[in-house]
Design a protein around this ligand. Structure first.
Ligand SMILES: NC(=O)C1=CN([C@@H]2O[C@H](COP(=O)(O)OP(=O)(O)OC[C@H]3O[C@@H](n4cnc5c(N)ncnc54)[C@H](O)[C@@H]3O)[C@@H](O)[C@H]2O)C=CC1
Ligand SMILES: O=C(O)/C=C/C=C(\O)C(=O)O
Length: 488
């Protein structure tokens, strides 16, 4: 057992209702070390899964599937609500452990993230009960459409919002009657383990939820290549999505992919510039490690100076430091490798001719993994910093003179996850949002999220949509039963 932030966390896998250590021989890498981004110190030794654990977890999930699939909707919903109760009871512990593990702000975990984790279960439990069975007639024959569970789902999740993004997948998959194998990110394995405890305490039958810990290719590879897996849902990077797609190809396993972006914030001259600057400074949330972040600020030339002044004032007021301090606004990057990746983007941006108006390097006063909120201007067209996802606290500013130019710049990357507009003109808002390639468009707001809405991206930002009934579309095999009129 590891003790993290005063909370006992089991570092082993959770397979078939039992805690399981890795099959690897001792000394042969049976565990890996989990570091806290707060100070880069080890906080736990975690079981390092491979093909043996992936096989065992899929077998357990497969064995548990028939009974779970047959369990009535009311009982499945009741159990999901019981898990939500458990999450709510342990919100403080989950918040402390998640902050120790991924370095995101404790105040966000307490106020926003962990309540959303509980909501993920409640929302899909209730949605399940309202899920329609569409019936209609064809020449006197009855069509009955049903949402049948698909089978074992492999869920592969990232480190930037570990429990939130995992439960966003787990809840609809379980609600639909599937069984699950979760492979959390190796940089943030801890809250998945706590969730396994909570689910067991809530009475979820053994094998319905399984957790395999470990590295991506080593544990996630065999899982996504497994012939008995019927759905794969993944959130993370584009190169990993390609590896998963290749692994899934032989069995044509259906996939849902959520892959980050390079989203724009368009600021028109008719916008409320204070609001626009508020929206822009929000993009440093979670130290910039958010797939939805609008990292490209596209500003109408006539207001660029006034907007920049406001944004720099707000950025200067951000407090960077220990995420356990409720007064902190910007915490650390997740890992030294990630900080170096972010810094590589920043160095190459400078070499390409961009100029940092603020930030532009690690926070040397704090040391460790703290990277200064950065704003670049003057990057040449096509520069890497304008086109590639940095996933750190790095924004760029470009200007435009016409709406046409604004739309072309906004749509000018290989991504299409989200876009944000700041404008005082409702007609312009409707016109421009209609032309943007993005899964979500926010007008004069940012990060207003509702689980009932479809969520996902176009182009390299992903494949498919989750949320609302779209989650059930993905996690179910839809079936139409056509019955001829009964004689007599
Ligand atoms: N929410 C998002 O959109 C996220 C985007 N990213 C992007 O990815 C970049 C790199 O971050 P990483 O942690 O390396 O992301 P990643 O895509 O490598 O990791 C995400 C998950 O995939 C797993 N994974 C890795 N290789 C796998 C494989 N071959 N088969 C199955 N599972 C595999 C990892 O263990 C982890 O659980 C970030 O800088 C960012 O640009 C990363 C995390 C979240
Ligand atoms: O909080 C949401 O609704 C969506 C969050 C998504 C990410 O932060 C991500 O995948 O990076």
């Amino acid at each position: 057992m590891a003790t993290v932030a005063g909370v006992a966390v089991d570092p082993r896998h959770w397979i078939g209702g039992e805690r399981v250590a890795s099959a690897r021989p001792a000394g042969g890498g049976a565990t890996f070390t989990d570091l806290s981004p707060i100070d880069e110190r080890p906080i736990a030794e975690i079981a390092r899964g491979g093909a043996a654990e992936a096989d065992a977890a899929v077998a357990a999930a497969r064995a548990a599937f028939p009974a779970w699939a047959r369990t009535g909707r009311e009982e499945r919903a009741r159990l999901l609500h019981a898990i939500a109760d458990g999450v709510e009871k342990r919100t403080e512990e989950l918040a402390r452990v998640e902050t120790a593990d991924n370095g995101a702000l404790i105040r966000s975990h307490r106020r926003g993230v962990m309540p959303r984790v509980a909501h993920n279960f409640r929302f899909f439990a209730d949605r399940l009960l309202g899920l329609g069975h569409d019936d209609f007639e064809t020449r006197g024959h009855r069509n009955h459409v049903s949402w049948d569970p698909a089978g074992v789902c492999a869920l592969i999740t990232p480190w930037n919002a570990p429990l939130m993004l995992a439960t966003w997948k787990i809840a609809p998959a379980l609600a639909a009657g599937n069984t699950v194998v979760l492979k959390p990110a190796e940089w943030t394995p801890l809250t998945a383990s706590l969730l396994a405890d909570i689910a067991a305490e809530a009475g979820l039958p053994d094998g319905v939820l399984n957790v395999v810990q470990g590295y991506g290719a080593e544990a996630g590879g065999p899982l996504t290549a497994h012939p008995d897996v019927r759905r794969i849902s993944f959130t993370g990077s584009v190169p990993t999505a390609r590896a998963i797609a290749a692994a899934a190809a032989p069995h044509l396993t259906p996939m849902s992919l959520e892959l980050g972006g390079k989203s724009p914030l368009l600021v028109f001259a008719d916008a409320d510039l204070d609001l626009a600057a508020d929206l822009a400074v929000e993009q440093y949330d979670n130290a910039g490690q958010v797939c939805l972040a609008a990292t490209r600020l596209l500003v109408e030339s006539s207001v660029a100076e006034a907007f920049t002044e406001r944004l720099l004032a707000r950025t200067g007021a951000l407090k960077q430091g220990d995420p356990r301090d409720p007064g902190t606004d910007v915490g650390p990057q997740i890992h030294r490798r990630h900080l170096e990746r972010v810094d590589g983007f920043v160095r190459r941006a400078r070499e390409a001719g961009a100029r940092a108006l603020t930030g532009g390097g690690p926070n040397d006063d704090l040391g460790g993994l703290y990277y200064r909120p950065t704003l670049f201007t003057g990057a040449p067209d096509g520069a890497e910093i304008l086109t590639e996802e940095v996933f750190g606290p790095v924004l760029t500013l470009q200007t435009f003179d016409t709406e046409e130019q604004a739309v072309a710049l906004a749509n000018g990357t290989r991504y299409g996850l989200a876009a944000t507009l700041a404008t005082g003109d409702p007609d312009r808002a409707a016109r421009v949002s209609g032309r943007l390639v993005a899964g979500t468009v926010w007008v004069n707001c940012f990060f207003v999220r509702d689980l009932a809405a479809p969520f996902g991206g176009s182009r390299l930002s992903g494949m498919g949509r989750e949320g609302g009934d779209w989650s059930f579309d993905f996690y179910c095999d839809l079936k139409n039963t056509v019955t001829a009129p009964w004689a007599g």
